[in-house]
Design a protein. Sequence first.
Length: 219
Amino acid sequence: MFNNTYNVHFMVSSNGPTRNRPFTLGDPMSASPTAPVDLLRRIDRIESQLAIQQLPIRYAIAVDSRDMDAWVGLFVADVDCGKRGRGRDVLKSIIDPNVRTFYRSIHQVCGHQVDFVDDDHATGKVYCRAEHEWHDRWVVMAICYFDEYERRDGYWYFVRRREKHWYSTDVLERPGQPAFQNWSAWPDAKPELPHAFPTWTSFWEAGDPAVPQQLSAKP
């Protein structure tokens, strides 16, 4: 996606301000010959993060505009679809009937955490509030996507997206009343959050066990 070839030039004036801290690796003013190399790595990391952060919003717009070709194009060409096989055509055959279960939709990307594994691999968590027109109801979901990304031939793609949610309910209803999954079109899509976060259970186990029962009807 980005051309990572740069011409880097540094010019230091003898009349410039006195530096009051030592030169360090990666300091663009450093006389070290490794400084330009380190700078290129930092630029590449910034560009990679920007490219990765484009994926969730492009995913959301593709779903909401029902552009299935654009949607599957965000995934690696050999995307693993489990028992159904591999590839974008297989993925398209899975998602197409799913997005025909509701009409209008709005996927609002609320925040994105990116963690790099190495130069060409990263993971991420994406918060999303999704709204769906379903018959005479307007169903809202609070979602966190657990992502895996990979760079191939200079472009970043999804390798995998795992959707987990807190609740699914009509906009006029409160989550948890009567349940946290109040969308009969998806009866098996049980909410996994917040318990899917590895720190959630241990946090509450470290305190008074009666507190969760006092705070929630369905802890």
